[in-house]
Design a protein around this ligand. Sequence first.
Ligand SMILES: Nc1ncnc2c1ncn2[C@@H]1O[C@H](COP(=O)(O)OP(=O)(O)OP(=O)(O)O)[C@@H](O)[C@H]1O
Ligand SMILES: [Mg+2]
Length: 247
Amino acid sequence: MLRTELLSKRYENGFMAVRQMSIHVRKGDVYGFLGPNGAGKTTTIRMMTGLVEPTSGSIWVDGVNISGRQTEIRQMIGVLPESHGFYRWMTGREYLLFFASMYGLPRSLAGSRADELLERVGLKDKRHSPVKQYSRGMKQRLGIAKTMIHQPKLMILDEPTLGLDPQGQRDIQQLIRELNEDTNVTVFITSHLLKEIDEICNRIAIVKNGMLLEEGTVTDLKANYSRDGEIPSLEEVFLKLTASDRG
Ligand SMILES: Nc1ncnc2c1ncn2[C@@H]1O[C@H](COP(=O)(O)OP(=O)(O)OP(=O)(O)O)[C@@H](O)[C@H]1O
Ligand SMILES: [Mg+2]
């Protein structure tokens, strides 16, 4: 569903944020993209969503090379960026309708789909309130509804639970799981909450300094790093791989 081949990004100041990264997200995966701060996760996502041009390498979404195919690709992907603004005066429902029209959905369909999604993310009662009255957790849930408005095949979520309380984190995790199970949407997610990743993802990649260190199923990865028959937590695997030369 999503594949990168030898993907690299050198920013204008010469910094290599992503180096020869080749990853493979399968249809139906909930794929966790892990790495310490500054590892290059958001840069990779920006390339996948067409906001940043790769310096070299390629990206395919469902078999289509995205280079020069932005309009087509945008219909296939729903994105929740790392930081996203809202038009604060809009109501939750208006916000979804706004994006529906950007994706070219007919008005009648947009309305029913917005209502369906608002119900699913638990914002039905708040749908006519302006977004500026929403809590952070509510805004994140609205953001996820937005990524689904045009029924994409692939959702890309950059730290969707950042800054949420434990209940808010649970809500988003459950929502992601349900969307994946009910609609078979493929999910590509970054998070620093390794317990969360362990619970919702079937496959993961671990990156550092723009490079891929490991990719595979959570189960295999833990098994590969087990010692004396003791299976480590994902956090232990992550720290072992990434914490070496810090400071
Ligand atoms: N526009 C830019 N110009 C130069 N360097 C940049 C630019 N944007 C990001 N970087 C650098 O690229 C590296 C990767 O940044 P990126 O935001 O992709 O990391 P990340 O893995 O998403 O980190 P975090 O977990 O903190 O969100 C960092 O060292 C960052 O300083
Ligand atoms: Mg980031």
